[in-house]
Ligand binder design. Sequence first.
Ligand code: SAH
Ligand code: SF4
Ligand code: F3S
Length: 456
Amino acid sequence: MADPKAGLKKLHIKTYGCQMNVYDSERMAEAMGAEGYVLTDDPAAADMVLLNTCHIREKAAEKLYSDLGRLKPFKTAKPDLTVAVAGCVAQAEGAEILRRMPLVDLVVGSQNYHRLPAMVKAAEGGARPVDTEFPVEDKFDLLPDRPAASARPTAFLTVQEGCDKFCAFCVVPYTRGAEISRPVDRILTEAGKLVARGVREITLLGQNVNGYHGQGPDGAWGLGRLTRDLARIEGLERIRYTTSHPNDMADDLIAAHAEEPKLMPYLHLPVQSGSDRILKAMNRKHTAEDYLRLVERIRAARPDILLTSDFIVGFPGETEADFQATLDLIGAVTYGAAYSFKYSARPGTPAASREAVAAEVADDRLHRLQALITRQQRAAQAAMVGRVVTVLFEKPGRMPGQWVGKSEYLHAVHVAAPDLRPGVLARVRITASDPNSLAGELMGDYGPRRPVLAAV
Ligand code: SAH
Ligand code: SF4
Ligand code: F3S
């Protein structure tokens, strides 16, 4: 029998950066799928390599150039290999990438992915197209429909994109453009299709996702209302959203955490610093006290919510006292986990021209902050031992006969159970806490002979 994939071209995608890039890579893979491309993990086997890049810190952006260097032998061996650069470095640097790297065939900015198939055709014809315009049309309307089947029970769904906040350190307002919210009906339709193909958990994405204000049937809807409507989709069991800004945490969204069981008790709420002086210099437009009061209100609505944050250490002008205020805030909040970064000056941002904190001082602060966060993370995990959680199973674990999934709190949980399958939702008693995951045992019946525990 003829191989149905024979004659199809192979596409290798490497994704850097945030979840929105993961989502975008999926949509681009689907767009190229409609052109006869299938995905491959092996760049050596590929007819096209797509690098979906991140510009957030210098190191992230530089990865593009080292990876392009590594692709050179592949291009020499196969001169008609198409090398495409997408994402936030593409948006920020555009044609400069073509000048610096002759092996690159096309550069597609973050808002132009619907044009990728046409750009690939132009590149095959010998052109080196660059498109970093912010178009008037909506790329999501013009990208092909989501495919019918997926092996994964979780999915991302972009509902809001871009940022108007202009934090002094951040490139996102320049790489993703002005804030836009997708209309409610498109989101409900896309979510319905994801659920029909087996997805049981959707994470709504946006750079300021809680600032969502999309057009609904009766005016603009906030994220709380959108969440409540999504929760009515039968078969969708869990809703998450990320990333939120403290100033956009509306009362209705906080109330949804108390009232909507499908909304998971987990919230990534970056604060960046605990020093009012630094928060002001960062243009965050709130104080440490505002943030602590907000955390209180959120915890009053949903006492078990697990909070996470991002922190930047060594922001220009940060003194030891400022840094201590950040440690104090972390002590006051108690996080389940957090990401922390050494400040990286980014071209074109207001903070880039300010005097940097010495590298060794920033390194030392990063280590101290991470040590505190690690202690809090371990304590949060240890506190789960003995508790019963609900786990959405995703895949077999590293050990034979093991399955792993995520609890409501986004903890990775593994159990001994050889015959689970992706998408099973089951109650698990947590028995032990490892550094990066929890171990547990399934409670009651589950699995193929019994109906899957959908409602627990
Ligand atoms: N929209 C989100 C996060 C965007 S970027 C928010 O408002 O919080 C993700 C994280 O990268 C940020 O929260 C910040 O902690 C970090 N980050 C952004 N720019 C940075 C820079 N120039 N140097 C170091 N870290 C940075
Ligand atoms: Fe960047 Fe600030 Fe916008 Fe977040 S809110 S994307 S940190 S400018
Ligand atoms: Fe990076 Fe762009 Fe996301 S800069 S963090 S990929 S929005």
